[in-house]
Design a binder for this molecule. Sequence first.
Ligand code: NZQ
Ligand code: ZN
Length: 394
Amino acid sequence: MYDFEYYAPTKVAFGRNSESRLADLLREQGCKKALLHYGGGSAEKSGLLAVVRSAMKEAGVQWVELGGVKPNPRLSLVYRGIELCRGEGVDFILAVGGGSVIDSAKAIGYGLANEGDVWDFYEGLRKPEGCAPVGVVLTIAAAGSEMSNSSVITKECEGGDLKRGCNSNYCRPRFAVMNPELTFTLPDYQTACGCTDILMHTMERYFNNGGNMAITDAVAEGLLRTVIANARTLKRAPGDYDARAEIMWAGSLSHNGLTGCGNCGGDWAVHGIEHELSGQYDVAHGAGLAAIWTAWAEYVYRDCLTRFYLFAVHVMGVRPSGTREGIAREGIAAFNAFLKEIGMPVTLTELGVSPTDEEYRAMAERCAAAGGGSKGNAKVLYAADIERILRNAK
Ligand code: NZQ
Ligand code: ZN
């Protein structure tokens, strides 16, 4: 068991009609002028932005707007946001949307609170020393950014974009409004991508070789079972409020640090590899994770056998008879079948991606380099291992 620091300062307003709390939450922040930041149109279409605008008025907050955040949010819009906010004297950023909008808001927040190029933080050249305050109205349960310390941004580059994350406690949102009803309008594919990402945030922490804690494992396994069961429910009944609520809260708990307390911090290789994929091909994050997971698990499970055995028995319901290795393999097969059941791709081909030899090599090398030469903890992976996993995922 490792020592740990747990910091989850985000105030959560959860449940039906929780947007009605927004004016009070804004008042509590004492902000004068906000940036209202949003995505490609879903929040306007659903009428949510109209509700948010009237809450801003009610709270006496002035605001400017910047929409158009794309999934896998781009650095160019972050730069525009920083410039706009500086010019307008913005002192608070309200993100209305999912992980992409929230991460873009956090990046703008870093830009406002620090000198120099904000991309330095994503490349790991410098550490941020602050972040302008960010609040969230969440519209998709997935990335967990509404409570996480993370922001992931894509820099547009010739020959393949670069997607990188920056982690610091400064960017944890001040508040998050979470009304599960706001997720009713999600396409089934995005719902499934979100469920996959939520599962992976806990699985990345669970599959490790560095210490564990019974309470953390119990929380993690319970969360995984809950998300799997409710993802199945949403597949047949997307309008099931309780299932939406279970998934939404699991999304926050999965990535706010709770399911990593007492362990070494986890593996994160699947995320590292996926970030190369979505940087290169602009795929949905959850789908990219699903496409790689089985190839990764088959490659590493022998080096992390106890955790794969426990995952099989405690999460996937595999009967504990036979060899531990056989049971671990059954667990991997059962999770692969679950991903297919909810409509996720389980190979790169199904994801619609077919890298060239050069692209396989380049993604693997970039992934290893981003991890300081290797990635992972369940099994330490070097560029050659990562390339093999990517090729096995074909
Ligand atoms: O842009 P709009 O029109 O809003 O459409 C979005 C987008 O196309 C749509 N959507 C969102 N809410 C909706 C809706 N459509 C209908 N009804 C609603 N209520 O869904 C699409 C995906 O949105 P996005 O914000 O991209 O999804 P998600 O929350 O999965 O975020 C993905 C991004 O987060 C990063 C990913 O890499 C990716 O860039 N991550 C961020 C993390 C973090 N900050 O802690 C951790 C994750 O591991 C992840 O890397
Ligand atoms: Zn993720």
